[in-house]
Design a binder for this molecule. Sequence first.
Ligand code: PMT
Length: 222
Amino acid sequence: QASSFYQNKHVLVTAGPTQEIVDPVRFFTNHSSGKMGYALAQMAESLGAKVTLVSGPTDLSQPPGVNVLPVQSAEDMYNTVLEHFDEADIVIKAAAVADYRPKQQYNHKMKKKEGSLVIEMERTRDILQALGEKKKEQYLVGFAAETNQAIEYGKDKLTRKNLDAIVINDVSQEGTGFSGDTNEVTFLSKRGIEKSLPLSSKTQIAQQVLTLIETDIKGGKS
Ligand code: PMT
């Protein structure tokens, strides 16, 4: 039976990679395709939520009924997410945001020179951290992509960043995390839900994550 829980909710989702520019033809990025975040946005929309999707560059088509706000860099994503944070009830950060960007951006294509090249990188701002500090009524969900000690690192992020829940992918496992159509995750909430969701399509994972969020907000255990 369909629940009406999401019908009066505004869900803000982030998806995809960021691109950190070096010069007009080069950037640093990662393997995020955006599929996990788009699946969450589409599912939340089909459950009746008003959905804003802040998306890094992807090849995916816009999910119908979703307000898509395209961004390129971690800094763009930071600004766009913070601009829309106050109007959101639930925020889900499935994007793979760069932790570092080139300290200097060149206006012209860098020329090849003798010897090796050093590009100095500086830290980007942590969006999730900023939201954790700023949040009032919002239910804040982070993602964690880890290759080892996934649950421990995930638990640490949950408390350190003041999140309500975290979805942990162990990206060292076959069929999980970046790029593919499937994922396998563990959902952990501050209130005490700990649930592993076995390997399935990102659409099914999205549906289960949204159900767990609903259960957690309603105060139930799963
Ligand atoms: O896009 P797909 O190909 O479908 O792949 C899905 C995914 C693997 C990218 C997704 O499921 C996922 O795990 N996203 C988070 C990946 C990540 O960057 O994890 P992290 O452990 O580095 O970051 C933890 C959290 O902090 C994330 O919610 C991230 O959005 C957030 N973050 C990170 C850095 C930063 N500067 N600001 C942030 O808000």
